[in-house]
Every structure is written in C-alpha cells, then in structure tokens.
Design a protein. Structure first.
Length: 480
C-alpha cells in the first residue's frame, strides 16, 4: 500500500502545532543541534582524528542526500567541494526563492515550522565552519519573511543563535534577505548577484562555482530549504539509517507538490522512489484520481521546466533484478517510480518535485502558451538564444491562440527551442524554457497542426469573403 512518510512534515498541519519556539521545543526542537554541538573529536584506527565538523559532513555524505532544489546534486559532495584552504570566510545561503511554477513545498516549512529550518541551517553552518548565513526568500513571501525574522529573534533569545551558541564558543548570525519576485533569483549564482545588491545575472561556470567563488568571491554553500531540513534528520538518525529510507542513490524522503486536475492536490512527503506516478495521481492517499468523467492526458513530472510525459507513453528505464543485475524494463509512464534517476532515464526530470497533472480538458497549445509567457517574462536577457528565443516562442504561441496560427508554426517552435537547448546559454534557464516546447510540441503535434489548419481555413475564407466584398463595392449599384 503506498503511503506518506512524514519526516520533515511530521508536525506540519497537526492540530495545535504552531510556528513559535515554545511549541518547537515541546516537540523536541533543537535537541539535534545540542547533539551536533556536543560531538567530540573522534580518533580513527589509522591515527587521524576527525573533528566534529568532519563527522557531521561524513554523516551527510553517508546519507546520500541529494539536493531538493531541482538539480538533485549530492549534498555531501557539494559540501566536500567547498574551498576550505582559501582562508576566506565560508558563507551558507538557504535558497527559499521557490518560484518554479507548480512548486509549493518550501513555503509549508517556512510558514508552519520555521524553527525546523533554522535548526537545519545552524547544524549545516556548524558542520561547514560558517559564521554568517542568509535565507534568500522569494519577494512575494512577505509573511514568510516576517515569520523567519521572528523565529531568528526567538532562537537568539534562547541561545541557539548569535554569539557563543549554547556556551560552545560557536558564533553564527542568520539574515533574511527578500528577493523582488524574479524567477532567475532562484538560480544559485543569480541569487548570489542579487544578494550582493546587483541585477541577478547568473554567472558563468567555470569559474564561478559557488563552492569556490560565491558570495563576495568567497566559498559559498547554496542549499534548498528542504535539503537543509533533511540535514537535521540525518544528524538525528545517522547517515546510514537515513540512507535506508527511499531507494539506492535516491535516498530519504522528499516532498511532492501535486497540482492540476486531480481530486486532492496538495503536498505529500514520500520515500524517494517508493511510490509511482500512478500512486501519486490515483491513490486515495495522494491525488485521489482525476476529476469525474475525465481521462489522463499528460503529466509534467518536475515543475514546468520538465519535459512532459504523454498518457500511455511507454519508456525504457534501467531496473535491477532481485539478484542485483541491471536490466531494462519498458514501462508505462504511470508505473515509473518517482525518483531522480528513473524520471531522468525516462527523458524528463523530477526537478523540484512538482507534479502537474493534465486531463483531457487541457488544450496543449494553451498550456504551452501559458508556460512560454512565463519564461519570456522571466529570462534575465543576458544570452541571445534565451532572451530572443523565449520571446519568439511566446509570440508565436500568442498568435496561435489568437487565431493566427500557421501550419509551419509547430516546426518553427521546435527549431527555435532546439537552438536554445543543449548548453548554449549561461545558465540552465535556457534548457528549462526549451524543454517544455520540445516535448509538448513533438508529443502533441497534431493539436498544434489542427489549430493552425482551422485558423488558416478561417483566414482563407475571410480573404475570399473580403475580396468578394471589395469586388461588389466596385460594381455599379443597380437601379433596383
Ligand atoms: C532558473 C532556475 C531557477 C531555480 N530556482 C530555484 C528555487 O526557487 N529554489 C531552489 O532551491 N533552487 C532553485 N534552483 C536551483 C539552484 O540553482 C540550486 O541548484 C539549488 O538551490 C541548490 O540547492 P540543493 O542542492 O539543495 O538542491 C533554480 C535553478 C534554475 C536554473
Ligand atoms: S540562460 Fe536566460 S536566464 Fe540564464 S543567463 Fe542566459 S538569458 Fe539569463
């Protein structure tokens, strides 16, 4: 039986659970921080001694935790890449921008359990010798920023933040920084530019990998809200135990934002890879199925940047047999386990964990026009293929939905998207705006052609009618 596994969301939405520190402390809050701060140097059999910070980082590495912000990059590996020899300060930024359409998980933590996030940030900062951290929060989350400010003041008053935390000599300050509502501020290097007070133009990698040249050209860790919360649970239960949750290489739990034409849209925390798309969409514990009288048309499995799956599509993905051998299985997309690797092997991505379900009432030309409006508006404009291409695609689709479609539009959209995708741009936004076009147009091409054919026929008739009208006007009016 598929079911939720509430680790990060354990207390969220429980009756009587409030975002203040007293409530958090009553539920065992900040005990994991105490445990982390109490770690002693650990001698190893080979004579080396592991510092408490190295032990914490080892646990995170052992846990197999992959970032929940979109790319699914290993958290332990990211932390191991931080330049610790530069003698510059190391910063940590919590990415709370959450702007990917379809994603609404981080805000649940921020609004309903802010101290869990702070505890995760403080432990992560301690593990990485960070003394100054920022929470970069999406501009629209005005209330969320206030809740975090309040939580920071409470944590300071209780000695969990600020100078000499819990008498250990460790100092840490956390500041909340509000964005101004631009999607590109969620891209980690755009975010860093914005935090420095500049336009959020993403930086070129290499050389600007945040772990080496991040905020103020210093080593910087950028992690998503959910990732940092997971760190708290990893330290609580140990990396090895955490890695038993989920599936190999896709460990732990993740929060799925489920929206669109399902009966029970919402956020659900599940073990990674232990439930399929079918479970998430149709099981009464999750989406509860489609609206009555409708059939499934498409699934966007990881926010609007992800390539769409068409209902009934069959994909080949690697599978492991019970004796551990790797083989391939051909599956209906609904039977894909929802994890990073399988969704990627099937040609899309699970991204920020946002699943958008579309039933047969969805007009795919309108769906794509809506997505492209978003990307054309949000491109930062640095790279020509992205700036021009996103706008051209948007203009073509606007024209199509306003009755001006042409049969060549579908191929034209594919051509433009093809010229943006494939690493031609400074940041991943370029691919993100091309993928929905490439997948939706190729998988639903008949809808684009049908709309354009009808529009061309209408225009053809109008031309004939107006030419006839002009001819009539030129003829002498009969006396009758
Ligand atoms: C256009 C774009 C927008 C992004 N928006 C977000 C966002 O809102 N929140 C987020 O955590 N990561 C976002 N990311 C991913 C970040 O660049 C970065 O990979 C992430 O914050 C790292 O955290 P993680 O390793 O914990 O996932 C975005 C990436 C791109 C390319
Ligand atoms: S790909 Fe687009 S959003 Fe990213 S830097 Fe280039 S123009 Fe800006």
């Amino acid at each position: 039986m598929p079911s939720e596994y509430r680790l990060i969301l354990k207390h969220v939405d429980q009756p009587g659970y409030t975002p203040d520190i007293e409530c958090y402390l009553r539920h065992g809050g900040y005990e994991v921080l105490r445990k982390a701060l109490a770690l002693k140097p650990k001698p190893l059999p080979d004579g080396r001694v592991l510092s408490p910070q190295e032990q914490l980082r080892d646990e995170v590495m052992r846990s197999g935790l992959r970032g929940r912000g979109g790319a699914g990059f290993s958290c332990g590996l990211k932390w191991s890449l931080v330049d610790r020899k530069s003698r510059k300060p190391i910063y940590l930024i919590c990415n709370a921008d959450e702007s990917e359409p379809g994603t609404f998980k981080d805000r649940q933590i921020i609004y309903k359990d802010p101290h869990q996030l702070l505890e995760g940030i403080i432990i992560s900062c301690y593990a990485n010798d960070v003394h100054l951290a920022y929470i970069y929060i999406r501009g629209e989350f005005v209330e969320g920023a206030k809740i975090l400010e309040r939580a920071i003041a409470e944590a300071k008053a209780h000695g969990f933040l600020g100078k000499n935390i819990l008498g250990t000599g460790y100092d840490l300050e956390i500041y909340v920084h509000r964005g101004a509502g631009a999607y590109i501020c969620g891209e980690e290097t755009g975010l860093i530019e914005s935090l420095e007070g500049k336009r959020p133009y993403p930086r070129i990698k290499p050389p600007y990998y945040p772990a080496v040249l991040g905020l103020y050209q210093c080593p910087t860790i950028v992690n998503n809200v959910e990732t940092l919360c997971a760190v708290k649970h990893i330290i609580a239960m140990g990396g090895t135990e955490y890695a038993k949750l989920g599936t190999p290489n896709n460990t732990g739990t993740r929060i799925v934002s489920l929206s669109g034409h399902v009966k029970r849209p919402g956020y659900y925390e599940v073990e990674v890879g232990k439930v399929t798309l079918r479970d998430l969409i149709f099981d009464p514990v999750f989406g509860g199925g489609l609206r009555d009288g409708h059939t499934l048309k498409a699934i966007i499995p990881g926010g609007v940047s992800a390539k769409v799956f068409k209902a009934g599509e069959r994909v080949k993905v690697p599978r492991r047999t019970p004796d551990g051998k790797e083989t391939f299985a051909e599956l209906d997309v609904l039977d894909l386990p929802y994890d990073f690797d399988t969704i990627a092997a099937a040609g899309s991505m699970s991204g920020s964990g946002a699943i958008i379900v579309l039933d047969d009432s969805a007009d795919m030309v309108e769906v794509l026009a809506n997505i492209c409006e978003f990307f054309a508006h949000e491109s930062c404009g640095q790279c020509t293929p992205c700036r021009e291409g996103a706008l051209w695609m948007c203009k073509i689709l606007r024209r199509m939905i306003n009755g001006g479609g042409r049969k060549i539009d579908a191929d034209e959209l594919l051509r433009i998207a093809d010229n943006i995708a494939g690493g031609r741009t400074i940041c991943a936004f370029g691919d993100a705006c091309a993928w929905p076009v490439l997948s939706i147009v190729s998988k639903f091409k008949d809808e684009f052609i049908a709309r354009a054919t009808a529009a061309e026929a209408r225009r053809g008739k109008q031309t004939v009618d107006s030419e006839r009208g002009a001819q009539c006007a030129a003829e002498p009016v009969s006396a009758n």
